[in-house]
Design a protein around this ligand. Structure first.
Ligand code: MCN
Ligand code: CUM
Length: 783
């Protein structure tokens, strides 16, 4: 038999998304679609104050409401030992406030009623007496000796300090700075922004009193980790908890943590004996769930006069809000900010990060962050442009001169992390070719002569994704390895069970493609099961672009185990030794006699049949694995943004955006492009429009999409993408993550372009027309 040529390859390639069959027909099942018999509805009463003592709470009128079934306060929870819960950063967070409220929008009481509207109405019947306290809004004032102490619930706490964290070598860095020709210093803020997924957070909890089992449908990016946490917090046995993440309408990091609303739905169900649904509305989501960024950074870059970058020194003040709910591996309070040295060959680097509490919603976690890589990339890519400005050098030339060279990989950065692979100059060159960089510079000069403001901005980023090696990385003691199981049924159809949970990234397609590539089973014959703790192996979930680096590797490993087993079975079928068999996609055949072979489907049937199996081979065709990644993967990319700025209004138009990404082996190029498109839109939004402001009393000024502006197709150009492929040497498929790359890399390109257009060294995001106009007129914008 000669190999059958497929019309399209079985395996990697731009396969249309399997899950879109249901999404485009409106047949997705989201948490709010879950409707159970007798289900009740919960609503949360939230604090109007950013900082206030709770004097009393009177719930009697609400309890008297005819449709109200229960009113839960912090006191109720205290009696169940549930008033506080651990955060992913080993802090504690109030489920419902007992002593004080610490940010506007904090959870104060929970009403469970027969319907959603009655629950909402009853909130107004609850009478809370507050004693307002001065609020800490500006993190730069949080450590002042006279600043009000926010976390007086923590024993012995007398200030708002959370942690100090350092990386790199301070002495070596200082020494390099002392001898450098040029030092440029720049303060910058990566403002607080919000992931704003289309679907807000919510849960349906069903506690079955008879068998003591809790089933929780919730918007979660990490069902297994959540289950363990509920077991620890609520004291429920873990095998009696089932967490189901149904279809998720976007996560972007917002759904990594556990929110009080989830716990309250559970308590509501335990108290009433009925299923309870809680879904937050848009304002609740914007005001109270986890924010991202909020890093006040001071960067210093040292270089020689001819543009060799020597060292970076960074000081960061991180605003973590009222509870430190940041999600990242436990040993890394500043996440993976380690990569602030970027893509350059430096002599030395040092950074110090200080985290503080403020009277704002718990922040610092979410939004395509790769655990603070976003902030780090923005910092270094802005600093390089500030240096180019100081040296009067072209920013592309400055980058080319300093990029790591291919022969330096694996490269140990000055903060100790080992970048796995890369060919940076080729990637930047490719982006410049697509952009027509030299032509663009000529056009810019011509336009300038006519008084037009055109800007070209470059960003070259290196990411660190795929957390992570178990011995270094855990979340609340849970090591970051992923389980995976594969079963091939007798008829050759397969089921893959994953521990990661898609929120729109297309896992049902790409993970089927991995099995297809490894086993030759068509992707449509492979069902991918995820998001249900009763049906999938344990693993840490989807965030930090870890699915492909960790679970993708697990899927490859488990497929190879099945392939190895299939070889033994085929050898029995063909009555030859396994060593005499050779694999081609989809079948084992006899070396030198390709006609004689068995397809994976034939082998699957035989594995379940009456064939006498070789010694030590169990029947059936299945395997399982737990994949512990040896290192992170380091995707990278070169981005070029072209903007036109209206000199009269300061309005920025993104005219072109070129993105060349390298995520190693590409499983599904179409899905990768979709991920990049989304991330670029994110980046344009953050750079130009998105901002959550607070007044001096801590009132949140961005509680609706009227104030919190999201980018639409109108603000986005037609993206121009390119790619290079530099496989990861330690990943079984050579694949690196890509989900967050564009969000990480793009903001700096946009800001660099605008600064290039207006000839100002730095303006903080978002570059709204008024801020750009002010900067053009006065040379800077006061924050
Ligand atoms: N992929 C691929 N080849 C590669 C790398 C990835 O084909 N070399 C595919 C993967 O198989 C997967 C997708 O690209 O289908 C993204 O993979 P990966 O980079 O591993 O990222 P995750 O699946 O872990 O997704 C998380 C990442 C994060 S952290 C945020 S935040 C974000 C993002 O994904 N949130 C998203 N993209 C999102 N896209 C959608 N639609 N919705 C979100 O909430
Ligand atoms: Cu940090 S946002 Mo994504 O990692 O889920």
């Amino acid at each position: 038999m000669t190999a059958v040529k497929e019309e399209r390859p079985i395996g990697f390639g731009s396969l249309k998304r399997k899950e879109d069959q249901r999404f485009v027909r409106g047949k997705g099942t989201y948490v709010d679609d879950v409707k159970l018999p007798g289900m009740l509805h919960g609503a949360i009463l939230r604090s109007p104050f950013a900082h206030a003592r709770i004097v009393s709470i009177d719930t009697s009128a609400a309890e008297a409401h005819p449709k109200v079934k229960a009113v839960i306060t912090g006191k109720t929870l205290e009696s169940m030992n549930l008033a506080w819960m651990p955060t992913l950063s080993l802090d504690t967070q109030a489920v419902l406030a007992t002593d004080k409220v610490r940010f506007q929008g904090q959870e104060v009481a929970f009403v469970v009623a027969e319907d959603h509207y009655s629950a909402r109405d009853a909130l107004e019947l609850i009478d809370v007496e507050y004693e307002p306290l001065p609020a800490v809004v500006d993190p730069r004032r949080a450590l002042d000796p006279d600043a009000p102490v926010i976390r007086d619930d923590l024993e012995g706490k007398t200030d708002n300090h959370i942690f100090d964290w350092e990386a790199g070598d301070k002495e070596a860095t200082d020494a390099v700075f002392a001898k450098a020709d040029v030092v440029v210093t720049q303060d910058m803020l990566y403002p607080r922004v919000h992931p704003a997924p289309l679907e807000t957070c919510g849960a349906v909890a069903h506690f079955d009193k008879v068998d003591g089992k809790l089933t929780l449908w919730s918007t979660t990016q990490a069902p297994h980790a959540h289950r363990t946490l509920y077991a620890m917090v609520a004291g429920l046995p873990e095998h009696k908890i089932r967490v189901i993440a149904p279809d998720i309408g976007g996560g972007f990091g917002n759904k990594v943590g556990i929110y009080p609303g989830y716990v309250l739905a559970i308590v509501g169900s335990i108290v009433t004996g009925k299923p309870v649904k809680w879904m937050e509305d848009r304002s609740e989501n914007l005001m109270s769930t986890s924010f991202a960024r909020d890093y006040h950074m001071r960067g210093e870059i040292a270089a020689t006069r001819d543009g060799k970058i020597l060292a970076l020194r960074v000081n960061v003040l991180g605003d973590h809000g009222a509870f430190n709910a940041q999600a990242q591996p436990a040993k890394y309070p500043a996440g993976f900010f380690h990569v602030f040295t970027g893509s350059y060959d430096l002599e030395a680097a040092h950074c110090k990060v200080t985290g503080v509490y403020t009277n704002k919603a718990p922040g610092g976690v979410a939004y395509a962050c790769s655990f603070r890589v976003t902030e780090a990339v923005y910092l270094v890519e802005r600093m390089v442009d500030c240096l180019a400005d100081e040296l009067n050098m072209d920013p592309a030339e400055l980058r080319m001169k300093n990029l790591l060279r291919p022969e330096q990989f694996p490269y140990q950065a000055k903060t100790g992390w080992v970048y796995d692979s890369g060919d940076y100059p080729t990637c930047l060159r490719k982006a410049m070719d697509i952009a027509g960089y030299e032509e663009l510079r000529k056009e810019q000069a011509e336009r300038r002569a006519r008084g037009e403001l055109m800007g070209i901005g470059i960003s070259f980023f290196t990411e660190a994704v795929g957390a992570g090696p178990r011995k270094h990385m855990d979340i609340l003691g849970l090591g970051m390895a992923d389980g995976c199981e594969l079963r091939v049924h007798p008829t050759g159809k397969a089921v893959l069970r994953l521990s990661v949970q898609t929120q729109g990234q297309g896992h049902e397609t790409t993970f089927a493609q991995i099995v297809a590539e490894e086993l030759g089973i068509p992707p449509e014959d492979i069902d991918v099961i995820h998001g249900d703790t009763d049906q999938t192996p344990f693993g840490l979930g989807t965030y930090g672009s870890r699915s492909m680096p960790v679970s993708g590797a697990a899927a490859a490993v488990v497929s190879r185990k099945v392939r190895d087993k299939a070889r033994l079975i085929a050898s029995a079928m063909l009555e030859v030794s396994p060593e005499d068999l050779e694999w081609e996609k989809g079948r084992w055949f006899v070396k030198g006699d390709p006609e004689k072979g068995k397809t994976i489907q034939e082998i699957a049937l035989a594995a379940h049949g009456d064939l006498e199996l070789p010694e030590g081979v169990e029947g059936h065709l299945e395997a399982q694995t737990v994949y512990n990644p040896p290192n992170l993967t380091y995707p990278y990319g070169a981005y070029i943004c072209v903007v036109d700025v209206d000199p009269g209004t300061g309005h920025v138009k993104v005219r072109r955006f070129i993105a060349v990404d390298d995520c190693g082996t590409r499983i599904n190029p179409m899905i990768i492009e979709g991920q990049v498109h989304g991330g670029l839109a994110d980046g344009v939004g953050m750079a130009l429009m998105e901002f959550i402001g607070f007044d001096e009393e801590g009132n949140c000024l961005g509680g609706s999409f009227m104030d919190y502006l999201l980018p639409t197709a109108l603000e986005c150009p037609s993206w121009e993408l390119g790619y290079t492929v530099t496989p990861s040497p330690h990943h079984p498929l050579g694949a690196k993550g890509v989900g967050e790359s564009a969000t990480v890399g793009s903001p700096a390109a946009v800001v660099n372009a605008v600064m290039d257009a207006i000839g100002v060294r730095h303006v903080d995001m978002p570059l709204t027309p008024s801020r750009v106009w002010t900067a053009m007129k006065y040379g800077s914008v006061e924050p």
